[in-house]
Design a protein. Structure first.
Ligand code: SAM
Length: 282
């Protein structure tokens, strides 16, 4: 579907997560030029707009508002108005409102343009020292231990770095549940108050960081991103593909040689494959 040239554009504009100097020039330009700013909380965003002397009209927009408010914005876009969506801080839609509006805009063939900027999870991850090649962003965990532990159990074998947003009054109980499910040895980084005066990174094993957080109530304040290193791939486990290949090879090769080939193919330890092969011969 191609966008009608008379239709307006929807801009998804990132705003700072604490330090106003992080506001991107392009974001300022778009917010000054659009016809309307749809904001998660207009009372919150008015401070940002006043700081940058932007006088564009604002309207409140939240995904939980009735369908009507989404459709009203879609109609306005189709009537030619350019609209910018902002949230209280950071990138809209990332644990923030906007999904329904963007989904509807795309369904209608409207043009949607991101204006990139701050995002707490990316800022935290980039300075965490944990692996960044693969990560799983979970957003906020449930508030209650039973539901939270269920989700953590589902994530316990994920080898990518795990990233969570957490509320300060739940940080300790969340870390404790993580230690119970992942084991207290798993590495964790807690990034707090990014880009603000009291920016802090705590890192160590879950057990160590729990001790620090429980002894210092300041660590239970402010805005927090929790990152947990992924599960370590267990090279001693023999996956079904490797088992199949080894069984095939030992039909025509000595076990030692077959184990060596499969080890090279799968990364599983040769001895482990050899022992497993022996058990299959019995
Ligand atoms: N859309 C935002 C973004 O792009 O990061 C996230 C919005 S979400 C409602 C708010 C959560 O993001 C906070 O509870 C905290 O977990 C995290 N967060 C936001 N600002 C932060 C900051 N300055 N330092 C650490 N975490 C922050």
């Amino acid at each position: 579907m191609t966008s009608n040239t008379n239709w307006g554009q929807l801009y998804i504009v990132a705003t700072p997560i604490g330090n106003l100097a992080d506001m991107a020039p392009r974001a300022l330009d778009v917010l000054s030029r659009v016809d309307l700013i749809a904001a998660e909380d207009t009372r919150h965003s008015i401070k940002l707009l006043e700081h940058f002397q932007i006088s564009t009209t604002m309207t409140a927009y939240h995904d939980f508002s009735d369908n009507n408010s989404t459709e009203k914005l879609i109609d306005k876009l189709k009537s030619g108005l350019n609209i910018a969506l902002i949230s209280d801080a950071g990138t809209p839609l990332i644990s923030d409102p906007g999904y329904r509006l963007v989904q509807r805009a795309r369904q209608e063939g409207l043009s949607v343009t991101p204006i990139p900027g701050a995002c707490a999870l990316i800022a935290a991850l980039s300075a965490s020292g944990l692996a960044t090649d693969r990560f799983h962003f979970e957003g906020f965990l449930p508030a209650k231990t039973v539901a939270r532990s269920k989700i953590l159990s589902d994530l316990s074998k994920v080898t990518a770095t795990l990233v969570f947003y957490e509320a300060p009054h739940r940080i300790l109980s969340s870390l404790q549940d993580m230690a119970t499910v992942f084991g207290g040895e798993r590495q964790v980084v807690v990034a707090r108050e990014l880009s603000k005066t009291f920016e802090t990174f705590l890192s160590g094993s879950l057990d160590e960081v729990i001790t620090t957080v429980s002894c210092d109530s300041n660590q239970q304040r402010g805005e927090i991103v929790v990152m947990v290193s992924g599960a370590v791939f267990d090279a001693t486990e023999i996956d079904p593909d490797a088992q199949k290949l080894l069984l095939l090879l030992i039909q025509s090769l000595p076990l030692k040689q077959a184990a060596s080939i499969v080890s090279e193919y799968s990364g599983i330890k040769k001895n482990k494959l050899y022992d497993w092969g022996l058990s299959q011969k019995d």
